[in-house]
Each structure stands twice: as structure tokens, then as C-alpha cells.
Design a protein. Structure first.
Length: 384
């Protein structure tokens, strides 16, 4: 078997472009292209809109190149690299605490020379997935002692989540928790244990509500559950968003021609509420196409996770699927008043250099796992 594995690895290197997951790549490029058009439209009403758009375009191209390079390397190499990057991202989270740049009430950014505002918690999502996947794979495959691996899993998982809660950025912390829960479920944790965890979390949630959430965040949650219970100011965002989405009708007002968009009526329409721009200008049909493309992307990721050659690959792609899926569902959900408002960006669409880079790093890792999935390995062995 050993010579076969060596031939497999060599075959991966020599047939890199032949084994590329072009289905996944097509979905990513399609969403990126539509996202750029929608973002350009959203930035028309900004004085520095052209500059912001060009910076986003540069980061998108840079991210795509990184994704292709990451796909070139065997994802098993990320086991060691993941720990190094985890330490680096944790250091940046500490730096945020010491020298924060505040935006929308959260001290989650760093001001980096030549780059501008950078959100370390975005990169921490990837390193979090890498490290959690390592410990879960060790436990699943019986590598090392159970208790030390479990303790390390708890500690390594808790550190970034606690730092991000302290910023405070509860929306991003929810992304980490969701990724962890999904990875644990695929690992094999029974559903009844999640019920016990929810019951145990009730006093924690109560403490967060009364002692950690500021009035603005409380009002956003109350607006979601009972819009009539809050003032017009606190529900302004969602009212404007729903109006813009509804005005798009079946076919939309036309790209770059949305009246609500051009007048800047919807707050934060370049990032948190960018889906309102696509809905107003592309209408129900255009929005449905975007949603279908994203669902196809998630399904493809699930396929890659299911057919990964080992436990680590499966958990790695599961975490990334959770990352992309949570952003997709939460962003659209809050835009149409189905979920509470959080500062969660829409992948491939929202303005944000660090979030864009994170998404493409995630894509690169999925491509790496896909190239080396079981079906590809069997093809290699049958052609020896």
C-alpha cells in the first residue's frame, strides 16, 4: 500500500489542473462576479465608492490566487500550519484588545498601515476550524490519549470565542459556536446532548442579556420578536431593508438603478444589508438565482466533506461549510426580518477586505480536500 500512496501523491501534483474541482470553482466565480456588480452599485452613493470598490477587487483577485495556491498543497500539511496560524490569529485578537479600532460599537478591528481596517476574528475562523478538526480527528481515530485531546479541544476552542465576546462581537461569536456544534455533530455527538447543553446555557444567556448586551443590541432582538414593542428608530434598519426588497418586485429596478440604493436610504447597504441592493435591482428572479448558486455551493462542500479521504478532511470541510452556511443564512435572514440583526457579512458580496480574504482561504482549503478526495484517489490507483 505504501508505494500506491506515494504514486497517488505524485499523481495529484502532475494532474493538478485535471483534478481541480471546476464545479466548485464555477460557483465561486459566478457568485464573485455577481457580488462585484452588486457591490459596485451599492457604492455609487459613496464619495469614496470607487476607491473602496477597487480595493475590494484587488483583495478578491489576491484571495483567488491564494485559493489556487492553497489547493496545490495537501491539506494534511495544514495540521501543523494550522497551529502556527492559530497562535498568530490569537496574538492579533490580543492586539485588538490593546489597540482597538471601534466600528458600530464593537472594538473588533486593527488599523494596519497600507491595508486599513483589518478584522482578526475573520482569519481566526479559519485557524479555529483547522485546530478543532485536528483534535476531533485525533479523538475519532484513536490517536493519543482521549482526555488530553479533549482538554486541548476545549481550551483551544474557548480562547478565540472568549476574546471575540469581549470585543464585544456576539454575531461573530455565534459563527464560531455554530461551526463547533456542526463539527461535533459530524464527529458523532448525539442530538440529546445538544438539548442538555441548551438547558444548561439558559442562565448564561440570561446573564448575557442583563449584564453584557447594550441597549442597541437588546432593541435589535426585541425588534425581531415583536416589532411593535420598540420605537421606530430601533426598527429603522429592518423597515428600510424590507421596503427596498419589496420594491424590487419580480424582475427588479435594473442593475445600478435602484432608487432606495442610489438615495442611500438603507443603512450599511454596502455590507450588512447588501442583499437589499441585489433584491431591489435584480428582483425576485435575480435574488433567487443568487440563493440557488449559494445553496449549490454548500451542497458541493457537503459532497466534498462526505467523500474526503480521512476524518480530518471531513471535519475541515464541515467547519468551512458551517462558516459559509451561517453567513449565508443569517445575512439573508436578517435582511428579510426572519432572524435578528447582526453584523454578519454576505460572502462574496459584502464590502470587507478581511472577510473577503477569509472566504477565499476557505475555498482554497475545500479545493485541496476535493482534489484529494476518495474518488480521485481511486481513479489514481486504477490508472497505475
Amino acid at each position: 500500500m505504501k508505494p500506491v500512496l506515494l504514486d497517488v501523491k505524485k499523481s495529484v501534483n502532475t494532474n493538478y489542473f485535471r483534478q481541480m474541482d471546476y464545479s466548485l470553482l464555477f460557483l465561486v466565480l459566478a457568485l464573485s462576479a455577481i457580488g462585484l456588480l452588486v457591490l459596485y452599485s451599492a457604492l455609487q452613493s459613496f464619495d469614496d465608492g470607487t476607491t473602496s470598490f477597487m480595493k475590494q477587487l484587488v483583495f478578491m483577485i489576491f484571495g483567488f490566487v491564494i485559493a489556487i495556491l492553497l489547493a496545490r498543497f495537501d491539506y494534511s500539511d495544514y495540521k501543523v500550519l494550522g497551529f502556527l496560524l492559530y497562535v498568530a490569529s490569537t496574538f492579533l485578537l490580543v492586539l485588538v484588545k490593546l489597540k482597538p479600532a471601534t466600528l458600530n460599537g464593537a472594538s473588533s478591528w486593527l488599523d494596519l498601515p497600507g491595508i486599513g481596517r483589518f478584522q482578526p476574528s475573520e482569519i481566526a475562523k479559519i485557524t479555529f476550524i483547522m485546530v478543532v478538526a485536528v483534535f476531533l480527528a485525533r479523538i475519532k481515530d484513536g490517536e493519543g490519549k482521549f482526555l488530553p485531546n479533549l482538554l486541548k479541544l476545549v481550551i483551544y476552542s474557548a480562547i478565540p470565542i472568549l476574546f471575540i465576546i469581549d470585543q464585544p462581537d456576539y454575531g461573530t461569536a455565534m459563527v464560531f459556536v455554530f461551526m463547533l456544534v456542526l463539527m461535533l455533530y459530524i464527529f458523532g455527538i448525539k442530538l440529546r446532548y445538544y438539548l442538555f447543553a441548551i438547558i444548561a446555557a439558559v442562565p448564561i444567556i440570561a446573564g448575557i442579556w442583563f449584564f453584557l448586551l447594550n441597549p442597541l443590541r437588546r432593541s435589535r432582538i426585541l425588534t425581531f420578536f415583536n416589532p411593535s414593542s420598540v420605537t421606530e428608530d430601533s426598527s429603522y434598519q429592518i423597515l428600510r431593508a424590507k421596503t427596498a426588497i419589496g420594491s424590487g418586485g419580480l424582475t427588479g429596478k435594473g442593475l445600478f438603478n435602484g432608487p432606495q440604493n442610489l438615495k442611500g436610504i438603507v443603512p450599511i447597504k454596502e455590507s450588512d444589508f447588501i442583499f437589499t441592493v441585489s433584491a431591489e435591482e435584480l428582483g425576485f428572479i435575480g435574488s433567487t438565482i443568487i440563493i440557488i448558486l449559494f445553496i449549490c455551493l454548500l451542497i458541493r462542500c457537503i459532497y466534498v466533506a462526505k467523500n474526503a479521504r480521512d476524518t480530518y478532511g471531513t471535519l475541515l470541510v464541515t467547519g468551512i461549510t458551517g462558516l459559509l452556511g451561517f453567513h449565508f443564512i443569517e445575512n439573508i435572514g436578517m435582511n428579510i426580518d426572519l432572524l435578528p440583526i447582526t453584523g454578519i457579512p454576505f460572502p462574496f458580496f459584502s464590502l470587507g477586505n478581511s472577510s473577503m480574504l477569509t472566504v477565499f482561504i476557505a475555498v482554497g482549503i475545500v479545493l485541496s480536500v476535493s482534489i484529494r478526495r476518495r474518488s480521485s484517489r481511486n481513479n489514481y490507483e486504477s490508472t497505475r
